[in-house]
Design a protein around this ligand. Structure first.
Ligand SMILES: *Cc1c(COP(=O)(O)O)cnc(C)c1O
Length: 392
């Protein structure tokens, strides 16, 4: 009997301990964890540096109100801004809060320049921006919005596009009162689908032409996951607003919205806030995570090892052309797209002590920690190969 509501379809397994890439059950069964809390534990479980950071800060100060200066937050915001396009940061606690804050920043900017009707957000149909009331309508997915009406107005949708440089119909979808385009640079829940560089460049161009804002949701693909600090860096464009979360806390709940100077001008005192967002404990951990994941050496290693992983996964695709349809993604945001439903495949991987998680479109999502070892990748490949053999 569980007193937890039934809103999750949980596997019948629990863990008592984690170390690096591995999770352990109470009876010490060891699992290679390539879920990592869905791209959250960017440095694996119980990372010594993070343990030290949380331990030291926990003895000093956990939480103070944002009514006061928080030096740990100043420090983390400065690091983020010095490494990225951003000029300002607002800290939150989760991804959905960060995407909502992104929407608020965009709308408030147009309000502040005397265009309050410019408030519509154009998103990709069946994308994912979180589970709050506004975020589910931003995603435009029937599965997520069903039963949660009335519909929140203010969102329009285009279809995902990965073949043409332009999103079909996008010009018609940008209306007089469109404020921003908001997309995930790499769609995570939607099936690990990358928006190609040329399409991202096109989005930036059209936003400039129409004088609207570009919001890139990097909650899942950001913070080193793609092999760059941000996935959009590869296409050499600069967004206006970027919500982040997942990987930045290394397992501690942290979200943030990053913005450039222009749009930040609308966020005057009292316009937004969060009780927990940016507290000293969270910020101490965030500082520790970013010091590691933003280093060139670390990111180059992610690029190098993930390239190896993709190469080997593509070999498996060639070996099992009836099972694996496509290997998707970048860095350690990996999708194995199957020809049929992925449920059984994921179960069999788990039987063989490899944890993965589903995404849309028959995709098995593989999310190693960013500091995964080559021998752990090899073990995962061995297990994937074994399961393919069994299902062939
Ligand atoms: C996970 C995710 C969110 C929501 O994050 P939560 O912390 O679950 O609220 C938003 N956007 C993207 C792209 C995500 O992957």
């Amino acid at each position: 009997m569980s007193y937890l509501a039934k809103n999750y379809n949980r596997k019948k397994i629990s863990f008592t301990r984690g170390k690096g890439s591995y999770l352990y059950t109470a009876n010490r069964t060891k699992y290679l964890d390539f879920v990592q809390g869905i791209a959250v534990n960017s440095l694996g479980h119980a990372n010594p540096k993070l343990v030290k950071a949380i331990r030291e800060q926990s003895k000093k100060l956990w939480h103070v109100s944002n009514a006061f200066q928080i030096p740990e937050g100043e420090k983390l915001a400065k690091k983020i801004c010095q490494k990225t396009f951003a000029d300002y940061v607002i800290f939150q606690n989760s991804g959905a809060e960060a995407t909502e804050a992104a929407i608020k920043v965009a709308r408030r900017y147009f309000y502040s320049i005397g265009k309050p009707n410019k408030n519509r957000i154009l998103c990709i149909k069946n994308s994912f921006h979180g589970r709050t009331i506004a975020a589910i309508y931003a995603s435009g997915s029937k599965k997520m919005t069903e039963g949660f009406g009335p519909k929140i107005p203010g969102f329009d949708h285009i279809n995902f596009c990965d073949t043409k440089p332009r999103f079909p119909n996008i010009r018609n979808k940008i209306k007089k009162n469109t404020a921003a385009i908001m997309v995930e640079t790499i769609l995570g829940e939607g099936g690990i689908k990358q928006i190609p560089d040329k399409c991202l460049k096109y989005l930036r161009k059209i936003c400039n032409q129409k004088k609207i804002l570009l919001i890139l949701d990097e909650v899942q693909c950001g913070i080193g996951r793609s092999g760059n600090f941000f996935a959009f860096e590869q296409s050499k464009i600069s967004p206006d607003i970027v919500p982040i979360a997942k990987g930045i806390g290394g397992g501690f709940p942290i979200g943030a919205v990053l913005m450039n100077k222009k749009v930040a001008s609308g966020m005057t005192p009292g316009t937004h806030g969060s009780t927990f967002g940016g507290n000293p404990l969270a910020m101490a951990i965030g500082n520790s995570v970013i010091d590691t994941v933003s280093s060139k050496k670390f990111l180059n290693n992610v690029k190098k090892l993930s390239k190896y992983f993709f190469l080997k996964l593509n070999r498996l695709k060639e070996k099992y052309p009836n099972i694996i349809k496509e290997i998707r993604g970048r860095g350690f945001l990996v999708g194995i797209k199957l020809y049929s439903d992925q449920t059984k495949f994921i179960e069999k991987l788990m039987d063989n002590k490899l944890l993965t998680i589903r995404a849309a479109e028959n995709v098995v999502r593989v999310l190693p920690p960013l500091n995964v070892k080559k021998k752990e990748l090899d073990l995962a490949l061995k297990i994937i190969n074994k399961v393919c053999t069994e299902l062939n």
